[in-house]
Ligand binder design. Structure first.
Ligand SMILES: [Zn+2]
Length: 423
């Protein structure tokens, strides 16, 4: 417990001390505050940097991930030297360097129903900087149960949103209790219906903007100044440079914060959402990225004798392997080769000789393939899903010999063209 600032601290925080809304008392509140940031990624980086700089005395960071090269497009706390390191560890080093006053507590763990109450109980303010639905519901429920404000932010492509979920606190405008995440979203989305940032992309500066706004809300809550975003959902569109505010209200029938709650302890959130907290595919991608960045040899390519990933459910009626396609090309055999991805994906990496017909345009452009119904047609995409759909449509249209390239260009770039871009 800090009761007095030393002269170094007075110098460090003088821009705060001169603000009447902060002052000596406010700076002591910051130094004595305990804040938990769940997720040390795109949002967690600016949040933790600004909170550490502001002198928030105890910052807990919960994340199991390691830093990979594709994080550096937006996770500004890390550098090339952090690649392969635990995010919580790399963050702690940087934050301690930024401000030695700050105690950083590393929680290298998945936050789930077994540990969330213990974790949340140790902190005053909780920040949701996660990217998956099971953790969002888990953090929300624990915050409601333990009456902790949950400073929420989310990002996707060019859009972000922020609010403070705190049913135990009042919306300063209406004097009503604020809602929780479940009041807004009682049910999780259908598994697979909402693409992640890894699938849909995110403009790198966006988590910087949303995360900084989250840090701002945290500081206001600690100081007890201003109007916290309780009962207000603020959305930001970076393309339109537009903020919009929506009033959001508590649902009296909410199963966790309502009048008669039915959820009084954490549940199995992976089961509730129908998706795992840790996506095995993105974990594998991270591992491969880190390995490549470290110049690791890939003696174990993870591929079988056909050049397919171990356990791949290969269907020879519908698929060809990248190796077979390569040998057709090498033997100069004639076939129609179609890349059914989007033009921006083509620009990242493509195979010479393939014609671009995005799956979305197939209905309009199928005429371009007229007269080739009897020829061999091979379709590829990024990882083999869209090309299979494309092949199915062509067969329905009377094309006799259509196949999808198993594993798409990602597998091609692993097995046939090693070192080619993975995205
Ligand atoms: Zn609620």
């Amino acid at each position: 417990m800090i009761t007095q600032l030393n002269s170094d601290q007075i110098n460090r925080y003088k821009r705060h001390l001169i603000l009447p809304e902060v002052g000596m008392e406010g700076q002591k509140k910051l130094l004595n505050a305990k804040v938990l940031c769940i997720g040390a990624g795109g949002l967690g980086c600016p949040i933790s940097l600004y909170l550490a700089a502001a002198g928030v005395g105890t910052i807990g960071l919960a994340d199991v991930d390691v830093v990979s090269p594709s994080n550096l497009q937006r996770q500004v706390l890390f550098g090339v030297s952090s690649i392969g390191e635990d995010k919580v560890k790399a963050s702690a080093k940087r934050l301690k360097d930024l401000n030695p006053d700050v105690k950083v507590i590393e929680h290298k763990t998945v936050v789930n129903s077994t540990n969330v109450l213990d974790l949340v109980a140790r902190y005053d303010v909780i920040i949701d900087g996660t990217d998956n639905f099971p953790t969002r519901y888990c953090v929300n429920d624990a915050c409601v149960m333990l009456r902790k404000p949950n400073v929420y932010g989310s990002i996707f492509r060019f859009e972000g949103m922020i609010t403070v979920f705190a049913p135990h606190l009042k919306n300063p405008d209406t004097n009503e209790a604020g809602p929780c995440y479940r009041c807004l979203y009682p049910e999780p989305p259908d598994p697979g219906s909402v693409p992640s940032c890894a699938e849909g992309g995110v403009v790198g500066v966006l988590p910087g903007i949303i995360g900084t706004l989250q840090a701002n809300e945290v500081i206001k809550l600690i100081l007890g100044v201003g109007r916290p975003a309780i009962g207000r959902l603020v959305t930001f569109s970076s393309l339109d440079m537009e903020f919009r505010t929506f009033k959001i209200r508590r649902d009296p029938n909410c199963p966790v914060c309502g009048e008669h709650p039915t959820i009084t302890e954490p549940v199995d959130y992976e089961q509730f959402c129908g998706v795992p907290i840790l996506d095995p595919k993105s974990l594998a991608e991270t591992e491969a990225e880190v390995k490549r960045a470290k110049g690791g040899k890939s003696e174990d390519s993870g591929l079988d004798e056909k050049g397919l990933p171990h356990g791949y459910a290969y269907d020879p009626d519908w698929e060809v392997t990248p190796r077979e396609v390569k040998s057709l090309i090498d033997r100069k055999e004639k076939f129609v080769f179609i890349d059914c991805r989007l033009p921006n994906e083509w620009q990242i990496t493509h195979i010479d000789g393939a014609d671009l017909i995005p799956l979305q345009q197939l209905a309009q452009r199928v005429g371009e393939l007229k007269g080739k119904e009897k020829e061999k047609v091979i379709v590829h995409c990024r990882s083999g899903g869209r090309s299979l759909q494309f092949a199915q449509v062509l067969r329905q249209q009377g094309f006799k010999d259509v196949k999808s390239m198993a594993g798409g260009i990602l597998l091609w770039n692993k097995d046939v063209n090693p070192g080619g871009p993975q995205y």
